[in-house]
Design a protein around this ligand. Structure first.
Ligand code: GDP
Ligand code: MG
Length: 269
């Protein structure tokens, strides 16, 4: 599967994020818990320069928590912490506590002066990992901190998440790291790569093979006795007007089932 992409754009996006990160105390790095390792972009580490990072293992509601539990030790360390999260439902107090712990140096410095500090965060991550959802989750009834008078652009401002934490309202979109084909495919399965550049039939075939290997019961439950996408198309009786089997439709269905969590809770690393 060949994916077209444009390294020039990626450099520009990273440069912009680097600029924004200067104003930030803690980086909120949103990862898709269905592919936590693959949705990591190693280039960001170079940029964030020892800033504290909270990894948000997002979409935990449709991920395999056991597998995530095995992987998440990778996200713990000096200046690093993680949290399993559902941006549509989780309570943000858990995140706020972790943010304050990660920013303890600033908190202590200000407390010594008897002042409560403002801790500024920026949300980054690959497309579709849930950055906008997280910003909304953190700043439910948020007003732009600088006031949002009518006519003012809302974007590019600090939003109040409560408890002394502010979030920059323009999430930093990282380009997916698709130099490695295995990683690229996983990013495509979850919808982090633009669908227009994908070859869906071969993508679905590869996804089916991987799921049959890693989560055989999940596939068997929804598509009994299917070894190929053609089998799935036949099972669902997807036929074109000329009588030909509609492989395309079955391919889209399988990928969509995975994306929406209809195949169950799955994590592919
Ligand atoms: N199941 C589930 N879906 C989520 C979660 N967070 C975000 N989404 C969905 O993932 C899709 C992409 O989210 P969005 O916030 O736009 O991602 P962004 O491109 O990183 O800003 C949307 O359909 C969201 O509703 C989550 O924790 N669980
Ligand atoms: Mg967004």
């Amino acid at each position: 599967m060949k994916i077209n992409w444009f390294p020039g754009h990626m450099h520009k996006a990273l440069k912009e994020i680097k600029e924004e990160l200067k104003k930030v105390d803690v980086v909120l790095y949103v990862l898709d818990a269905r592919i936590p390792l693959s949705s990591l972009n190693p280039k960001l580490d170079e940029l964030s320069e020892n800033k504290p990072v909270l990894y948000i293992l997002n979409k935990i509601d449709i991920a395999d928590e056991k597998r995530v539990g095995v992987l998440k030790e990778k996200f713990k360390g000096e200046n690093k912490d993680y949290i399993s999260y559902n941006s549509n439902f989780s309570k943000n107090t858990l995140i706020l506590d972790k943010i304050k712990k990660l920013a303890y140096k600033k908190v202590e410095k200000y407390q010594a002066k008897g002042v409560k500090p403002t801790i500024r965060c920026m949300v980054v991550g690959v497309p579709n990992s849930g950055k906008s959802s997280l910003v909304n989750n953190l700043c439910k009834k948020a007003k732009a901190v600088t006031g949002n008078k009518a006519g003012m652009t809302k974007s590019g401002q600090w939003l109040n998440a409560g408890d002394g934490v502010e979030v920059f309202d323009t999430p930093g979109t990282l380009y997916p790291n698709i130099e490695n084909e295995d990683v690229a495919k996983k990013l495509a399965y979850v919808g982090s790569v633009r669908d227009e550049v994908l070859e869906f039939n071969s993508l679905a075939e590869d996804l089916l093979k991987l799921l049959k290997e890693k989560y055989p019961q999940n596939i068997e439950r929804r598509y009994p006795n299917c070894q190929t996408v053609l089998d799935i198309a036949k099972l669902r009786k997807f036929v074109l007007s000329g009588g030909e089997i509609d492989l395309e439709r079955a391919s889209y269905m399988l990928v969509d089932d995975f994306r929406k969590g209809r195949l169950g809770k799955i994590t592919l690393d």
